[in-house]
Design a protein. Structure first.
Length: 190
């Protein structure tokens, strides 16, 4: 499966909205989770997007692993996810306790970068962690930060760097063999 241009922010914003709808309408109910849109987010974009089990939550939907995570940061690429530093900084302002949820489905499991081939087993599922747990690790300098070389001079609003996180540190909300839909199944047409 071809990965859409990572620098096309407008497309990714549209994809994020569609993926959020699919999570609320399909994925969360299939896992026995009550998920709704957070009305506070409509008035203040700094608020969490969703309420999951009544708790403010933000959704991340990666479909391509960070192939160089193990090589660069020692995190097995199958379990490595990223979270934009700008989002972390936005939440430092204090929106209260909330959860980050990762709906992961590795559509792409092989990639050639430079002269090296990378591959990982397929992974699919839903994980969550409290924001405070990530913020604590960041404050203690126990979470690597990756700067995107292609975004150093970005003027389209893309995040220039992200924290690299390990899904194995999060609570898994889905069964280990859950292979529900991929977030990319709900992406807008190119």
């Amino acid at each position: 499966m071809a990965v859409h241009d990572t620098e096309d922010k407008e497309w990714w914003v549209r994809a994020g909205l569609r993926r959020r709808e699919a999570f609320v309408g399909i994925v969360a109910p299939s896992l026995g989770l009550d998920a709704t849109h957070n009305p506070a987010h409509e008035e203040d974009k700094a608020q969490a997007e969703l309420l999951v089990q009544g708790l403010p939550s933000d959704l991340q939907c990666p479909t391509t692993p960070f192939f160089k995570a193990e090589e660069l940061y020692g995190i097995p690429l199958q379990y490595a996810v990223t979270w934009n530093r700008v989002d972390y900084q936005r939440y430092l302002a204090g929106i209260g306790a909330f959860f980050l949820i990762w709906w992961v489905h590795w559509d792409t499991t092989q990639m050639r970068i430079g002269r090296r081939d990378y591959s990982t087993p397929r992974l699919s599922g839903v994980w969550r962690t409290p924001y405070e747990a990530i913020a604590e690790r960041i404050a203690q300098h126990r979470t690597p930060r990756h700067t995107y070389a292609r975004r150093v001079g970005d003027r389209r609003g893309n995040a220039r760097d992200s924290y690299v996180l390990d899904l194995r540190r999060f609570e898994r909300l889905s069964q280990s063999d859950w292979m529900g839909p991929s977030p990319s199944d709900f992406d807008p047409a190119d």
